[in-house]
Write a protein that binds this ligand. Structure first.
Ligand code: ZN
Length: 344
């Protein structure tokens, strides 16, 4: 009888072996950037799953509006698609005049978008301390930037209540059901960002030539994919997600909502982010982030920089590394982003 030590019994070991020998078929090849982008973007659009054929009216409704020391905050809800309503906060800063630059702000696995404006989940009139600079909209308003904070599917006020939930991640059912329907949760979340852009485009007080997306962790994920797929986005600031698929998503335990069928066969994460070139990107990372290892993030950034260099935009591709773990680093990231916004 052979000893089990000589046998390969781990399915993950098998997949890692597959990955080692894999050469992504649409990785950047060093040739014409625009032609490569259009090939990979077309493929990615298919892999993230079906989108609705028609855009339904957004029907934005105001739930409340109030003054804040830095601006005004309005809570709205808009209809992304039938049976998918999106709560959001629109935050307009006091210290600059319209039309405002604007960032779409996305929280990750947490109690949701209330963190973006630093209030309690249960009572939005009550201020609440937010760790790791995740009060994104407060950071935006402080710097004269408007914010649209979107509640992502399966998080916060959109967490799953209709299905029994097991395990620590509330996205499991939604992710799996999306896959059975030929969709992905990433695709559905990106679609909500696109509908958020529709909402902003319908306003007179935001500057659609200066619209960006930012978020941490699961918000960083959607910042990357939204940047790759949505041409109206002009800036991107994904935090604590950008890395290599190989060293993070395919090596370390992550929620099922991170996966797109077949993506590793065609591209690495630097290629996906490279679809945003030459538009300005500020990648934010934590030196000690245990789930997006910094060594691999730096490697992926070198590859991304290569794509930006080929697009004659190396100076618009930035990496900011904070000294701690899995969080946003406002003091380091914002000065870099603001310089890009002012240049535009
Ligand atoms: Zn999740």
């Amino acid at each position: 009888m052979s000893k089990s030590g000589s046998l390969h019994l781990s399915p993950s070991e098998y997949h890692r072996h597959q990955l080692q020998s894999l050469q992504p078929s649409l990785a950047f090849d060093g040739n014409d950037v625009t032609a490569w982008q259009s090939r990979l973007r077309r493929k990615l659009r298919v892999l993230i799953g079906d989108w609705p054929r028609e855009r339904v009216p957004l029907r934005p409704r105001t739930l409340w509006r109030r003054d804040h020391a830095l601006g005004t905050i309005e809570k709205i809800v808009f209809t992304s698609e039938p049976y998918a309503d999106v709560p959001a906060y629109l935050c307009l800063p006091h210290n600059v005049k319209a039309p405002y630059p604007v960032m779409i702000c996305l929280q990750g696995h947490s109690t949701g978008m209330h963190n973006s404006i630093g209030v309690s989940y249960d009572d939005e009139t009550q201020p609440a301390a937010v760790k790791g600079d995740r009060d994104f909209a407060i950071g935006c308003m402080r710097h004269g930037v408007a914010a649209l904070c979107i509640e992502q599917r399966s998080f916060g006020y959109r967490k799953e209540l209709k299905q029994e939930k097991r395990g620590s991640h509330g996205c499991h059912d939604a992710t799996m059901h999306a896959l059975m329907l030929g969709k992905t949760l990433i695709g559905e979340r990106v679609y909500d960002v696109d509908r958020g852009l529709d909402y902003l485009a319908g306003r007179k007080d935001v500057d659609m030539r200066r619209v960006g997306v930012m978020g941490n962790s699961g918000g960083g994920t959607i910042s990357v994919f939204a940047a790759a797929l949505l041409p109206r986005l002009r800036f991107a600031m994904p935090s604590c997600y950008f890395c290599t698929f190989k060293d993070s998503i395919m090596s370390i335990y992550h929620c099922a909502d991170n996966y797109i069928p077949g993506l590793a066969k065609v591209a690495e994460m630097s290629d996906v982010m490279g679809l945003f070139a030459p538009r300005p990107v500020v990648i934010v990372a934590g030196h000690d982030d245990p789930i997006f290892p910094i060594r691999a993030t730096r490697k992926a950034f070198r590859d991304l920089k290569g794509i930006y260099r080929a697009a004659n935009a190396a100076d618009r591709c930035h990496l900011v590394v904070g000294p701690e773990g899995h969080r946003f680093y406002a003091d380091q990231a914002w000065p870099v982003m603001l310089k890009e916004i002012r240049k535009s």
